[in-house]
Design a protein around this ligand. Structure first.
Ligand code: NI
Length: 191
């Protein structure tokens, strides 16, 4: 089942998600549905908060990029799937900057400063403890997703001026869209 991804400025995105006590079949189904939704929407990570569920679970899949015989980049999904329950970053070091985007903040990309390397403890989808050492894009994506579980968006990590500019633009766009929908409904009511 595909899930609906909440978009900024939906207030639910500010929710601090709750720790999962037991990994159930229901939770595994949620993780599967999140992964499917993430692929359809073209993301590499998705947190439960983004689909309106206040549980500390995230899915990730950093695609493997290789070159084909013509030198064109091919990216392969499904090789790096992570389904993490109660992820906790236990250690982080270094600094890196990456131009991030987010399925909940469509059309916006901005440079965000993060730790370059981290260690993370979590449970997998069988409820077993896992420990992950991450660098590169995986480390960045993990920090982005854990932020979501704490109600933080990547645009919240930008400088004040840039953040305000982006937020104002997004709110205006959302209001215009709501007006369009209202207009369309009004038209229908007349007919
Ligand atoms: Ni995101």
């Amino acid at each position: 089942m595909l899930l609906n991804i909440l978009k900024y400025p939906d207030p639910f995105l500010k929710t601090k998600a709750k720790t999962v006590d037991v990994v159930t079949d229901e939770l595994r189904e949620l993780l599967d549905n999140m992964l499917k939704t993430m692929y359809v929407e073209g993301g590499i990570g998705l947190a439960a908060t983004q689909v309106g569920v206040a549980k500390r679970v995230v899915v990730l899949d950093i695609p493997i990029t290789t070159e084909d015989e013509y030198g064109d980049e091919q990216s392969e999904q499904g090789k790096n799937v992570l389904k993490l329950v109660n992820p906790v970053i236990t250690d982080e070091s270094g600094e890196t900057t990456y131009e991030e985007g987010c399925l909940s903040v469509p059309g916006v990309r901005a440079d965000v400063k993060r730790s370059a390397e981290l260690r993370l403890q979590a449970m997998d989808e069988d409820g077993k403890d896992v420990e992950i050492h991450a660098t590169g894009l995986l480390a960045i994506a993990i920090q982005h997703e854990v932020d979501h579980l704490n109600g933080v968006l990547f645009i919240d990590r930008l400088g004040l001026v840039k953040r305000d500019l982006i937020k104002r633009r997004l709110k205006k766009a959302a209001a215009a869209k709501a007006e369009d929908i209202a207009d369309a409904k009004a038209e229908k009511a007349v007919l």
